[in-house]
Design a binder for this molecule. Sequence first.
Ligand code: ZN
Length: 145
Amino acid sequence: MTNPPLNSRVQSLVIEYGVFWQFWPQFEQTHGERRLVGFEVELVGSHTSDLNHLDPACPRCRNVRAVLLSIANAVPADLALCVNPLLYNVDSHSGSILCLPALGNRSAVWVSIYISWSRSNGQSFETDLLTGVRTLLNKWGIHQR
Ligand SMILES: [Zn+2]
């Protein structure tokens, strides 16, 4: 499966919607040992600064979500994640709206990318993977928050 490359329209929408990303490591506890088993990358975007905007049926919110989804779907193709034993899941949280204190409680929509693995390929594996994601998102003008 190949995904079409992100076009310049998506990149301009990234700016318009103020898209940024957040990162959450996911750990598993086995035999008293904490092990990193994956991470979640959240892509967040918003089309309005109106604090009272809370409409799950809003077509513009739906459009922001569609843009975030196309970005999320383009990540694995660009990182060639399929060569590694990685699980890659995308959750678009459709129908949900997020109020972020970091954005002054502005309403936003978000898409989560879950990347996980059953075994590590080596010591620098997780760091390399995260660096890959960061570099890729940076290239598309999306910065970590
Ligand atoms: Zn909206």
